[in-house]
Design a protein around this ligand. Structure first.
Ligand code: C2E
Ligand code: MG
Ligand code: MG
Length: 600
C-alpha cells in the first residue's frame, strides 16, 4: 500500500474540502462524542474515534480511550479509507503484512474497523472507527451500524457547517456565505465584467438600540423578515439576499443590470415599504449601491463600499446612494480623525509637554476705546505625522461622538488655567470658550463649570461661553435651560456665528445671552457693499434693542473696522487686530499696543 495518495489532484481537492469545513484543531464537541461512545459500546471495544485525515496526520475530532489528539498518517488504516472512500476492516494488525509495523500495531492495537466520512459531493474526510487490543471479526450488521454512525457524524458536520453560514434569525445566508459565493462568482464569470451590488441598511445603530429597548428582539426579527421578503421580490429569484450584519442585507444583481435601474427599483422599494409596514415609524431604511468589477474588486472591499454608500445615504437623508470614491475618502478621513483625535485627547489629558492639542487666544477689541477687553480661546491640533488639522474640520466630527464632553472639559480646564495665570499677572480679561450644543444637554454641565471656576479661583463673570446659533436650534428647550443655569451662576453667554442659523428674533430675545457675535460672512466685504452694511446695521440695532452687546467676527482691515464702528458695533475680532496667538505672543501683542493700560 502506497503512502502518497494515488491521485494528487483528488487528494488536494479532498484536503481543500476538509479545510473549508473548519473542523481541524477545533475543541471537542458533545454531539460527536455521543456518537463515538455509542460506537465503542456497540462493538464492546475500548477505543473509538472520529478521525479526520489531514496532510500528514490523523486528527481526532472525538475519541474514546485514545490519549493522543492525533497520530501520524503514516500506515494508519484511516488514511486508506480517506484515499479509497471505502470501509476498511483489519482483523489483526499484527498479522497483516502492511500494518504489522505501523505505529498503531506498535501501540498494541490489533483490531481496526472504520467507515468513511463522505461529504455530499463525494470527498472522504476520514473515518468513524473502532479499535481493539485483541484480534476480532466483524459481522455484516456491525459494519452497517458503523456506516450509519459515520453518516450521523457527517450529518452533524454538515448541520454545524450550515449553521455557521446561515443567520439564525432571518434564515438567510450570512456574510461568510457571501464571501464564498462572491469568490465562486469571480471564478465563474469573465474577469473585467462589470456588475452591480446593493446593500439595505434597515436602521441606524441608534434606532436599533432604542427600538430594541422599547420593543425587544422579536420585533427586530419581524422587521427583518418583512423587509427581506419584500426585497427578495424586488430583486427577483435570480439573486440571493445575504444577511451580512444584524441590520444589513447585501445582494448582487444579475449580469447586465444597469445601475440606474437598480437605484430606481430601490427607490420604489423604499416608497412601497414606507407605505405598507409599521416599522417605518421607528427605523429609517437606507440603501447603498456600488458597481464592481469581477477580478478587480474583492469581497471585503465591495462590502465596505456598499456600507459606505448606505452610510452616505443616512448622512444625506436620502433613500438610495451610489458609492463614490470622493465620498468614501471623506468618510475614511472622518473615521481617521475620530481615532487620531481620541489619541490626541488622551495624550493631552496627561498634559505632557509634546501634547498635540493646545489653545491659542484671539484678542477682542472694544471699538470705541480701542482697548483689548477679552480674548477667545481656540483649539489647535497638530498631528505628529499629518500636521495641523483645522477645528473647522474636526470639531463638527467630534461633536457627533461621545468625545465632545472630554474635549470641552479639556479646553475649559486649559483656558481657565491660562486665565488664572494672566489674572495673577494683573491682566483683567474676559476669556471666551467655544462649547458645543451637545454639552448643553449634559445634566451636570453647569455644575462642572462652576466647580472648575472655583478651583481656579476665578469669578464666573471672567468666563464667556460661545455657542453657535445653528447648534442652538437643534435642541432649543434643553439648551436654553442650561444656558439659564449658567447665566444665573454669573457666566456670560454669547451666540456665535449669528445670522447663519435662521433663528427668529423672538427666539433670540428669549435666550439668556449677553453677547451676539455677527458671523464673518456678513462682515467680509462690508466696506463696498451697501446692502450688507444695511443688514449688519439692522442686526446690530435689533440686538441692542434686545439688550445684547455685539461683536463682529472676521475683521481683516482698518476700513471694515471703521464701517463697523460707524454702525455702532461694540467689539471686533479679526486678523486686523491679531490672529489667534499662543499665550506668550498674546502677552507680547498686548504689551506692544497703545492700550498698555491693560498690562500690569
Ligand atoms: P468661531 O468660534 O466662530 O471662531 C472664529 C474663527 O474665525 C476661528 O477659526 C478664527 O481663527 C477665525 N478668524 C478670526 N479672525 C479672522 C479673520 O479676520 N479672518 C478669517 N478668515 N478668519 C478669522 P478657527 O480657530 O479655525 O475655528 C473655527 C471654528 O471651530 C470656531 O469658529 C469654532 O466654532 C470652532 N472651535 C474652535 N475651537 C473650538 C473649541 O475649543 N471648542 C469648540 N466646541 N469649537 C471650537
Ligand atoms: Mg467662537
Ligand atoms: Mg464664529
Amino acid at each position: 500500500m502506497s503512502l502518497s495518495p494515488s491521485n494528487p489532484a483528488t487528494e488536494a481537492s479532498r484536503l481543500e474540502a476538509l479545510q473549508r469545513l473548519n473542523l481541524l484543531d477545533t475543541p471537542p464537541n458533545v454531539s460527536f462524542d455521543r456518537i463515538t461512545r455509542m460506537a465503542s459500546r456497540l462493538f464492546g471495544l475500548p477505543l473509538a474515534a472520529v478521525s479526520l485525515t489531514d496532510v500528514d496526520r490523523q486528527w481526532f475530532k472525538s475519541r474514546v480511550g485514545i490519549v493522543q489528539e492525533s497520530l501520524p498518517r503514516l500506515k494508519a488504516p484511516c488514511s486508506r479509507i480517506a484515499e479509497s472512500g471505502q470501509m476498511v476492516v483489519v482483523n489483526d494488525l499484527q498479522a497483516d503484512s502492511f500494518y504489522a509495523d505501523s505505529p498503531l500495531a506498535g501501540a498494541g492495537v490489533r483490531f481496526y474497523a472504520g467507515a468513511p466520512l463522505l461529504t455530499n459531493d463525494g470527498y472522504c474526510l476520514g473515518s468513524m472507527c473502532v479499535l481493539g487490543t485483541e484480534p476480532r471479526d466483524v459481522t455484516e450488521a456491525e459494519c452497517a451500524a458503523l456506516r450509519d454512525m459515520a453518516a450521523m457524524v457527517m450529518a452533524q458536520i454538515e448541520l454545524q457547517h450550515a449553521l455557521g453560514r446561515i443567520d439564525p434569525a432571518s434564515g438567510l445566508p450570512n456574510r461568510t456565505q457571501f464571501v464564498d459565493d462572491f469568490n465562486d462568482l469571480t471564478q465563474d464569470r469573465p474577469a473585467g465584467e462589470r456588475r452591480v451590488a446593493g446593500l439595505l441598511n434597515l436602521a441606524s445603530p441608534e434606532q436599533l438600540s432604542s427600538a430594541l429597548r422599547a420593543m425587544g428582539a422579536t420585533w427586530l426579527d419581524e422587521v427583518v423578515g418583512e423587509a427581506v421578503r419584500m426585497l427578495a421580490e424586488t430583486i427577483g429569484a435570480g439573486s440571493t439576499v445575504y444577511h451580512v450584519t444584524p441590520t444589513e442585507f447585501a445582494f448582487i444583481t444579475a449580469p447586465g443590470t444597469d445601475i440606474d435601474v437598480v437605484c430606481a427599483e430601490m427607490e420604489t422599494w423604499l416608497v412601497q415599504r414606507a407605505a405598507s409596514v409599521t416599522s417605518r415609524f421607528v427605523t429609517t431604511a437606507r440603501i447603498g449601491v456600488a458597481p464592481f468589477t469581477i477580478g478587480v474588486t474583492g469581497s471585503a472591499e465591495l462590502l465596505r463600499n456598499l456600507h459606505s454608500a448606505a452610510q452616505h445615504a443616512f448622512d444625506q437623508d436620502r433613500g438610495v446612494s451610489v458609492f463614490s470614491q470622493e465620498q468614501d475618502a471623506l468618510y475614511r478621513r472622518s473615521f481617521w480623525l475620530i481615532n487620531a483625535f481620541g489619541a490626541a485627547l488622551d495624550g493631552a489629558a496627561g498634559a505632557d509637554a509634546d501634547s498635540q492639542l493646545r489653545l491659542v487666544f484671539q484678542p477682542k477689541v472694544d471699538l470705541v476705546s480701542g482697548a483689548c477687553i477679552g480674548a477667545e480661546a481656540l483649539l489647535r491640533w497638530t498631528h505628529p505625522e499629518f500636521g495641523d488639522v483645522s477645528p473647522g474640520e474636526f470639531i463638527p466630527i467630534i461633536e457627533r461622538t461621545s468625545m465632545v464632553r472630554a474635549t470641552t472639559d479639556w479646553v475649559l480646564r486649559c483656558a481657565m488655567r491660562q486665565l488664572a495665570a494672566w489674572r495673577a499677572d494683573g491682566l483683567e480679561l474676559e476669556l471666551a470658550v467655544n462649547v458645543s450644543a451637545v454639552n448643553l444637554l449634559e445634566p451636570d454641565f453647569c455644575t462642572r463649570i462652576v466647580d472648575n471656576l472655583r478651583s481656579h479661583g476665578l469669578p464666573a463673570s471672567s468666563l464667556a461661553l460661545e455657542i453657535t446659533e445653528s447648534a442652538l436650534m437643534k435642541n432649543p428647550k434643553v439648551a436654553e435651560a442650561t444656558m439659564r443655569d449658567l447665566h444665573a451662576a454669573g457666566v456670560h453667554m454669547a451666540i456665535d456665528d449669528f445670522g447663519t442659523g435662521y433663528s427668529s428674533l423672538a427666539y433670540l430675545q428669549s435666550l439668556p445671552a449677553q453677547v451676539v457675535k455677527i458671523d464673518q460672512s456678513f462682515v467680509r466685504g462690508i466696506e463696498g457693499d451697501e446692502r450688507k452694511r444695511s443688514l449688519v446695521s439692522a442686526m446690530i440695532k435689533l440686538s441692542h434693542d434686545l439688550g445684547h452687546r455685539v461683536v463682529a467676527e472676521g475683521v481683516e482691515t482698518a476700513e471694515v473696522a471703521g464701517v463697523l464702528k460707524g454702525v455702532a458695533c461694540d467689539e471686533a475680532q479679526g486678523y486686523w487686530y491679531a490672529k489667534p496667538l499662543a499665550p506668550g505672543a498674546f502677552v507680547d501683542w498686548l504689551a506692544g499696543r497703545s492700550d498698555v493700560a491693560n498690562v500690569a
